[in-house]
Design a protein around this ligand. Structure first.
Ligand code: PLP
Length: 432
């Protein structure tokens, strides 16, 4: 890659998108692939939201607009923060973005110099690690504990904070684990941050799944803890809760208007603004009485699927699955499955240079896709650093119960097919 800048080699990706090439290859063979890989609701955006955008386009609201976001949407976001969190946020602290993702890169660019340390959950959304390494900052993974529902203790976090820490990423509900931080946990985390981190360290609270909480539980947020609003960047958006992934609409709330101005400037330097008709539809999504029943219907469907899939996976030899409390993923431990299929042995037998580019759960992921037509995500897709020896898959439950049942039944068939795995290794030649 000699004609590219050096930093390009440090840029990661989101494999949920990049596995598309493998899926296309398998589908081209005539296989009806069950896609449990991608993280988006299988519901369409609601009619009242769609109609709002169409009306705006017809009205001619299709020009450049305020790069910080339209005042109407920023006011609706401010009202939402007041209703949901009791926070009083002035509109000059809010920046509208093209989805939940840009806030991650903007934060790293705005606060982390090369060599600075950034703490992030692992397993976690892969774009955190990608941006940290790309910017030359030092990635400091905060490992989530399977045995406690993929959470961490305040002491786990305290051990990672140093004078070089600049940003701490939190994500609740979590992608990929579905773990949700409780009020008590957040209180402990906030205490540690106040005690150990200087006040200019920023906490990036990724709340993109704030609407997707199961069992009627409440979503708790770090920004409401004493002394935390002035350190926290709240990030959320419309993709998951309002089933608007393709609209590309999200927002960040900064501690000060001066910081929001930097994020606005980053927007000017990249996309100029979020399309105004999309922002208007986003405003309607946040303010219309028609939205809450749509969200409730969708979350009830996710919960019904969770209630089916978790016991089904736990009944499968070699699989152990925690019960997610939110988002729309399950993240089973498949160490036993890798063992019984001979994947660990096959991995150990690979040349070192091949081993460095894969992992047992990635080999399981490819076996399931190429030999059984079911697309999943492997552990390393959610942060590679320090993930050696961890064997998990992420399955998205944002697909109909029938398709989910078909996908899990294929995994069940694959789980005892040791000979099939040997055939896969010989025939597909992905690792030679
Ligand atoms: N943050 C987390 C934790 C996510 O899982 C995702 C998407 O999967 C995003 C941010 C990005 O969301 P968006 O599609 O709105 O950019």
């Amino acid at each position: 890659m000699t004609h590219f800048a050096d930093r390009i080699a440090s840029l990661g990706t989101e494999n949920a998108f990049s596995v598309g090439a493998d899926i296309a290859r398998v589908a081209a063979r005539g296989v009806d692939v069950v896609k449990l890989n991608i993280g988006e609701p299988d519901f369409d955006s609601a009619a009242h939201i769609n109609e709002a955008a169409i009306a705006e386009i017809r009205r001619g609201n299709s020009h450049y607009c305020d790069p910080q976001g339209t005042l109407g949407l920023r006011q609706a976001i401010s009202d939402h923060l007041e209703r949901s969190r009791g926070l009083h946020v002035s509109t000059d602290r809010i920046v509208v973005t093209t989805g939940g993702k840009p806030g991650i890169g903007f934060t790293i660019q705005a606060y982390a110099n090369p060599g600075d340390e950034v703490i992030y959950p692992s397993p976690g959304f892969p774009i955190y690690e990608s941006w940290i390494t790309y910017a030359g900052a030092k990635p400091v993974p905060l490992h989530l504990r399977e045995e406690s529902g993929f959470t961490f203790t305040p002491d786990d976090l305290a051990a990672l904070i140093t004078p070089k820490t600049r940003v701490i990423f939190l994500c609740s509900p979590s992608n990929p684990t579905g773990g949700v931080l409780s009020r008590e946990e957040l209180t402990g985390i906030a205490r540690v941050i106040r005690e150990k981190a200087p006040s200019d360290v920023r906490v990036y609270s990724d709340e993109i799944y704030e609407h997707c909480i199961f069992d009627g539980a409440q979503h708790h947020r770090i920004a409401v803890e004493p002394g935390m609003e002035e350190r926290t960047i709240i990030s959320s958006g419309h993709s998951k809760g309002f089933a608007m992934t393709g609209w590309r609409l999200g927002f960040v709330v900064l501690p000060t208007a001066a910081e929001a101005a930097i994020f606005k400037q980053l927007t000017i330097n990249t996309v100029s603004c979020v399309p105004p008709f999309i922002q208007e539809a986003g405003r309607v999504a946040l303010t219309s009485d028609d939205s809450a029943p749509e969200i409730a219907r969708m979350v009830a469907a996710f919960q019904e699927r969770r209630d089916w899939i978790v016991p089904t996976l736990n009944a499968m030899p070699g699989v152990r699955c925690q019960n997610p409390k939110g988002a729309f993923y399950v993240f089973p431990n498949v160490a036993g499955l890798c063992e019984q299929l001979g994947i660990i042995e096959a991995y150990d037998a690979l040349p070192a240079e091949r081993r460095a580019r894969t992992a047992p759960s990635a080999m399981l992921q490819m076996f399931l896709l190429y030999s059984y037509g079911v697309a999943t995500m492997d552990r390393n897709s959610f942060g590679k650093i320090g993930a050696e020896g961890q064997h998990f898959l992420r399955l998205s439950i944002a697909t109909s119960l029938n398709r989910l049942k078909e996908g899990v039944s294929r995994i069940q068939s694959a789980s005892t097919d040791r000979a099939g795995f040997v055939r896969f290794m010989n025939e597909e030649k992905l690792y030679s």
